[in-house]
Design a protein around this ligand. Structure first.
Ligand code: HEC
Ligand code: HEC
Ligand code: HEC
Length: 486
């Protein structure tokens, strides 16, 4: 009898603890999915084979390089000793046990994460991520005054909304889910929303287009010319999952990373929810974009009918007359363009083998058409130039995609020439590209005013709020003296 009772007790205890373990496992699994949606790995894993979440990824900020930290559960080098509260405060409010974080960590988006999801994220990081007992090789060292992390408390007071996500009354459940993911974990606005002088997102221009270094994260509001108003739901969903929509555009640069590491791994339900949310974003027009990027260029059906004689020679029509003069093609090997400065010749030498002399791309669409694409039809030259400089590297649900980078093979004048040729012939002729533009993009993009005049600008709004006044007056004076005294 006693034996039976003991067996029964063991059984019951076993069932209860198995149930608890299953519940834990569910929580951890959900946390893993949320970490994917939040793309934590993109920034917390060092490039070229760094250990997952061990930090050491450089984020180029206008104020200098910010290095991500080790968020593995290592007790000595990571967050192994952190409580859930400490973790939640760092992720949602940008304050770690050792002080303020820079907003390069997108806590101003993550502030929306619900308590329930935070619990799951914490469970995943503490129990399922392999601990790495090493701190990243580089430490963030910004110049003064940005070296003063306490300044971020002032920035937070001005810019951080600490309310967690809740659906609006009457909000459609799918739209609410999409809004939660887009505004919170997937932090689309971090890249796609323009920023003001203090580098805060301009909330009244939500998703109207922003800069990520020199890359442009385009306007994805519902505007029919500047935004996604003319994209179908299926096209938006395909872009997010695969990063490639013929006749609309492809994802290169930072968006390729977001697609590869995060969006391509979300459920179809969540992708539809994000799409449904994007449909509700108020339209914001860019008056300089006169027609939708996808309307530039006439698509060529037969990939060799554009100009058959020239095409057979592998030449764009613009070069046909000159083809007899072999000298313009001297040195036209892929790795050495040194003596070529003509955009048309550069195009035929460096681009036509994949994008075709006509710009129509390959029949199967693997090499995309250079017509009807955001990068070439935009009035902004950023993504066309950046694609030539950095190429395209993306692994999506349909396998790897590769376009070589030309940054080491072409100088600024050559990149400007070939990009101008592409814009004039296949894209938006209003796009202007000079060697100076290329040089600026090469060095990381335009510097916002805050970085150029940071000591001056940050001093004013922040000092007023955090009683940093004395220091700020000193800083402002110093700056004025330099400006006027020279
Ligand atoms: C866009 C890049 C980026 C993304 C995405 C990102 N982080 Fe961070 N994170 C950073 C950077 C950079 C720092 C260090 C900031 C600093 O030094 O001030 C950081 C710091 C942290 C810290 C503080 C660690 C410490 O030792 O102080 C935690 C915790 C953290 N991140 C968790 C997360 C989680 C969880 C996610 C995903 C939900 C995530 N991060 C996504 C860039 C990012
Ligand atoms: C790390 C920065 C970053 C994040 C995060 C990001 N994007 Fe992007 N996105 C970009 C950049 C840069 C491009 C331009 C890519 C190109 O043309 O090669 C882009 C392009 C796009 C496009 C194509 C627009 C067009 O006109 O061609 C869509 C749609 C888009 N993003 C939606 C989203 C959504 C939705 C999210 C959030 C779920 C998101 N993005 C998150 C940087 C980002
Ligand atoms: C080896 C083949 C190859 C060569 C050579 C090549 N490309 Fe590409 N290109 C690609 C591929 C592949 C893609 C991306 C397709 C995708 O994302 O699905 C691409 C994409 C692009 C895009 C769209 C990028 C965006 O962000 O929307 C542009 C513009 C472009 N290439 C221009 C050029 C120019 C200009 C040259 C010559 C300087 C060139 N390419 C040379 C293969 C090539």
């Amino acid at each position: 009898m006693m034996r039976h009772l003991a067996t029964l007790v063991t059984l019951v205890v076993g069932v209860i603890s198995t149930a608890a373990m299953a519940q834990d496992a569910d929580l951890v699994k959900r946390g893993e999915y949320l970490a994917t949606a939040g793309d934590c790995a993109a920034c917390h894993t060092a490039p070229k084979g760094g250990k997952p979440f061990a930090g050491g990824y450089p984020l180029g900020s206008p104020m200098g390089t910010i290095w991500s930290t080790n968020i593995t559960p290592s007790k000595q080098s990571g967050i192994g000793n952190w409580t859930e509260e400490q973790f939640a405060r760092a992720v949602r409010e940008g304050v770690s046990p050792s002080g303020n974080l820079y907003p390069a960590m997108p806590y101003d988006s993550y502030s929306l994460i619900t308590d329930e999801d935070m619990k799951a994220l914490y469970a995943y990081f503490q129990s399922s991520v392999a601990p790495v007992d090493a701190v990243p090789a580089h430490k963030t060292e910004l110049s003064f005054p940005f070296s003063q992390r306490i300044l971020m408390s002032g920035w937070n007071l001005l810019n951080l909304n600490k309310t967690r996500f809740t659906a609006k009354s009457g909000e459609d459940a799918q739209v609410a889910r999409g809004r939660y993911l887009s505004e919170g974990l997937a932090h689309c606005a971090t890249c796609h929303t323009p920023r003001d002088l203090t580098m805060a997102m301009k909330t009244d221009e939500n998703l109207a287009g922003g800069l990520v270094g020199a890359w442009e994260a385009p306007n994805i509001t519902t505007d029919r010319v500047s935004g996604l108003g003319d994209w179908t739901d299926a096209e938006i969903a395909q872009y997010l999952k695969q990063g490639h929509v013929p006749g609309k555009g492809v994802a290169a640069g930072p968006m390729a990373e977001a697609v590869e590491l995060s969006l391509s791994k979300l459920t179809d339900g969540d992708i539809s929810a994000i799409t449904a949310y994007l449909r509700t974003v108020p339209a914001v027009a860019d008056p300089t974009q006169k027609a939708a990027p996808a309307t530039f260029g006439t698509p060529v059906e037969d990939h060799y009918s554009f100009d058959s004689t020239a095409a057979r020679k592998g030449l764009h029509a613009a070069n046909e007359g000159r083809a007899a003069d072999a000298s313009v093609y001297a040195d036209a090997t892929r790795s050495d363009f040194t003596s070529i400065n003509d955009g048309a010749v550069l195009y035929d030498s460096a681009c036509a083998s994949c994008h075709m002399p006509s710009g129509a791309g390959s029949k199967d669409g693997y090499y995309p058409s250079l017509y009807q694409s955001t990068a070439t039809g935009s009035v902004h030259p950023n993504n066309l130039v950046m694609t030539v400089l950095e190429g395209v590297h993306r692994t999506g649900s349909s396998g790897p995609t590769l376009m070589p980078a030309f940054e080491n093979d072409m100088n600024d004048r050559q990149v400007a020439a070939v990009a101008s040729f592409v814009a004039q012939n296949f894209g938006n002729p209003a796009m202007t590209i000079t060697p100076e533009t290329v040089a600026e993009f090469r060095s990381g993009g335009p510097k916002p005013l805050l970085a150029k005049f940071g000591t001056y600008l940050i001093g004013v709004p922040v000092a007023a709020i955090i009683a940093f006044a004395l220091l700020a007056i000193g800083v402002v004076r110093l700056q004025r003296r330099e400006v006027h005294g020279s």
